[in-house]
Ligand binder design. Structure first.
Ligand SMILES: [Ca+2]
Ligand SMILES: [Ca+2]
Length: 269
């Protein structure tokens, strides 16, 4: 009986530890590849040929919160700027600024419970307005360009950001977080907040008050695009054969001329 009880306690403890491991530990990382898109709300070729896959912003801010929207993002960078492409679907867009995409940086990865001196929260509104978060050190002028285009089911956001510390060395990381704030069809009719790595439904501090649970952004090195050259052994057959034919012609001509010369010489004898 004692053994059974001990086993039961052990199982409960292990299950408890497993559930603790699931919460507050999403540990998402996105690697920004090297390319320079044009900020115009249109999807450049490099967004599909160079960038990594979409990353989903899909964590509800609390359990059971219903939402009729979705958000996903891609990230690129070059020597000076970080570029974001965001697709949003939202069936309930109010004309004000309450439906908005949010971006957060913790540039020195301080992971503090508060905002450090290079921490940023910016609200990227669907009308191209940008609003600085209350605790944000970084300001709206970090965004160099911002364009929003409508899509079949929502919006395409494209923007470039100059980080306060500039682009980190290849392989370096900074703290990163996303959020989509979903409002209803009237003013201040809040529906949901979808997050990326910060899991407030399971106890993480909200990203506007703490940088502690942000995910990670990594910077990849520049890779030269592959040059589309046909290998030497795949040169067209007619091109490869032409010199041989010409050479054969020259040889035949030389033999004929030599033979003719021989005739002439023999006649002179
Ligand atoms: Ca573009
Ligand atoms: Ca909405």
């Amino acid at each position: 009986m004692k053994k059974t009880l001990s086993l039961l306690v052990a199982v409960v403890l292990v299950l408890g530890m497993m559930s603790m491991g699931v919460s507050a530990a999403r540990d998402l990382t996105y690697t920004a590849q090297f390319a320079t898109p044009v900020i115009d709300g249109q999807v450049d070729e490099c967004w599909s040929t160079v960038s990594d896959d979409w990353t989903q912003i899909d964590l509800p801010y609390q359990n059971g919160a219903e939402s009729v929207c979705s958000a996903r993002a891609k990230i690129l960078h070059d020597d000076t700027l970080v570029y974001f492409l965001v697709e949003v679907t939202d069936a309930t867009v109010y004309e004000g600024n309450d439906d908005c995409f949010e971006i957060y940086f913790d540039e020195d990865s301080c992971k503090d419970a508060a905002y450090c001196d290079v921490s940023t929260q910016l609200r990227m509104c669907l009308d191209e307005k940008i609003i600085k978060g209350n605790n944000s050190i970084g300001d709206v002028d970090m965004v160099q360009e911002y364009k929003v285009a409508t899509s079949e089911n929502g919006y395409v956001l494209e923007f470039s950001v100059a980080l306060m510390n500039g682009i980190p060395a290849v392989g370096s990381t900074i703290g990163l977080e996303f959020m989509y704030n979903d409002n209803g069809e009237t003013n201040a009719d809040f529906l949901n907040a979808l997050r990326w790595n910060v899991d407030t439904a399971n106890g993480d501090s909200a990203p506007w008050q703490s940088v502690e649970y942000f995910g990670t952004l990594t910077f990849a090195e520049y890779v030269a695009p592959a040059v589309d050259e046909a290998p030497a052994d795949e040169a067209p057959a007619d091109v490869a054969d032409t010199p041989v034919t010409a050479d054969a012609g020259i040889v035949v001509a030389a033999v004929v001329m030599a033979a003719a010369a021989g005739v002439v010489l023999s006649k002179k004898h």
